[in-house]
Design a protein around this ligand. Structure first.
Ligand code: GLV
Ligand code: MN
Ligand code: MN
Length: 412
């Protein structure tokens, strides 16, 4: 039987999931291990159970829902993404890969397919760095890209540990137990919105991802000296915020300085202490995100930022500490999985373009343990990480159809 995607049901489920939010609609805020995250997980697990999938959770809340194949002892084929959302995000980032992955499995079930390998839906904990400052801690731990002891040291801004958070959210056990060996999955495919404008501009419905850019995150702490905003004379100041502002501009300069559009640098967090209008800032914490599809060029940008930190510290008499949270290598997608996606698109006469992912994804880490590729669908204006993020139902349906076709081929 043909694979038929139930688009109306999927769109309704995406809308329902968007309702689990700590920000008023249309914005979605769903930070890992919040009460809202817990309720959203329950909703998704309920849908998985209704589809007859066996659900398992690991020590950090990665969730796996398995449709048993004819030969269940073989390594499974997996698909999935994340359901956490950064503050004031939209409703499609990650969720299209989770609920779309589930719908791909249901569509194969309805078509009467009986795959040889099991097909597993994975919902990774905290692809977004909001709570612990590092993206993808779930898939990092699972793939061994973050070891258990480094995982134990993760803390939120208030100093509350990952252990405290995950225990409160009901996830117990040793983080080391999460590790999945190379070969655990026969293949992994992640469906995701593009989060950029290229597919829409080209009028092409699908992107088959061949590589994922190299992301790096730094936490920079500037310590100066605080004081009374009226009484402390300008000439006597060691203002931590003014120093941090210079560093932020140095990040922009360093990224622009490569002359290549693929290099991007962002200061997305700036916490000022004590944060009072009549107090000279004594301490500032910046979080800096630098990416490139070329890892060495990205590292060159980081070196220039470090130099700027040192110069600013010396000139302004402040101390600047730059802490590397992550500096990941880019990932190459697996040619066989890429070709499976290309064939699946051809079966349904859907044009596609091969492209790189400038955003990072759990696939960056899954690629370390399994043959991995990604499938992109266009999103309106390329907008993402904003409440007005939008993917058209037809675009989602095409992505799910091709995902289902590819999963069926990979599972045999
Ligand atoms: C993932 O959300 C990213 O920031 O690329
Ligand atoms: Mn995101
Ligand atoms: Mn995402």
């Amino acid at each position: 039987m043909n694979i038929i995607v139930d688009t109306a049901r999927l769109v309704e489920e995406l809308d329902r999931l968007a309702g689990y939010s700590d920000a008023p609609a249309p914005a979605v805020t769903r930070v890992v291990f919040s009460e809202t995250d817990r309720r959203a997980r329950e909703y998704v697990k309920g849908l998985c159970a209704a589809a007859g999938l066996a659900v398992r959770e690991d020590a950090a809340g990665n969730t796996f829902a398995r449709w048993a194949g004819r030969e269940p002892s073989l390594p499974a084929v997996a698909t999935g993404s994340h359901i956490d959302a950064i503050p004031h995000a939209g409703r499609y980032d990650g969720t299209v890969g989770v609920l779309g992955g589930l719908e791909a499995i249901r569509a194969l079930q309805r078509a009467g397919r009986e795959p040889r390998r099991s097909i597993e839906l994975a919902i990774f904990s905290a692809e977004e760095p909001t709570r612990f400052g590092i993206g993808c801690f779930g898939s990092r731990l699972l793939a061994g890209a973050l070891d258990a002891s480094a995982g134990e040291r993760l803390r939120d801004k208030e100093g509350r540990t990952l252990d405290q958070w995950r225990t409160a959210a009901g996830f117990a056990g040793d983080l080391a137990s999460m590790r999945l060996p190379v070969g655990h999955y026969a293949a992994f495919v992640e469906l995701h919105i593009e989060q950029g404008p290229l597919l829409e501009r080209a009028g092409i419905p699908l992107g088959v991802v061949t590589a994922i850019a190299a992301p790096a995150t730094w936490r920079i702490t500037v310590e100066g000296e605080g004081g009374h905003a009226g009484a402390l004379l300008m000439r006597d100041r060691r203002d931590a915020f003014c120093a941090a502002a210079e560093i932020a501009l140095a990040v922009e300069r360093a990224a622009l300085g490569t002359g290549v559009a693929d290099t991007v640098g962002t200061v997305g967090v700036c916490d000022v202490f004590p944060g009072a209008v009549n107090s000279v800032p004594s301490r500032v914490r910046l979080e800096v995100d630098v990416r490139d599809i070329d890892g060495a060029r990205r590292d060159g940008v980081l070196a220039r930022i470090r130099q700027a930190c040192d110069e600013t510290a010396a000139r302004r008499g402040v101390t600047v500490k730059a802490e590397v949270i992550n500096a990941d290598a880019p990932a190459e997608c697996d040619p066989l999985v890429v070709e499976a996606l290309a064939r699946a698109a051809a079966v349904h006469q859907l044009p596609f373009e091969k492209m790189v992912s400038r955003a990072y994804h759990d696939s960056l880490f899954l690629a370390r343990i399994a043959p991995t590729a990604m499938l992109f669908i266009p999103c309106r204006g390329g907008v993402s990480h904003r409440p007005d993020e939008f993917a058209a139902p037809e675009a989602i349906a095409s992505g799910v159809l091709v995902l289902a076709e590819a999963l069926a081929e990979l599972a045999g």
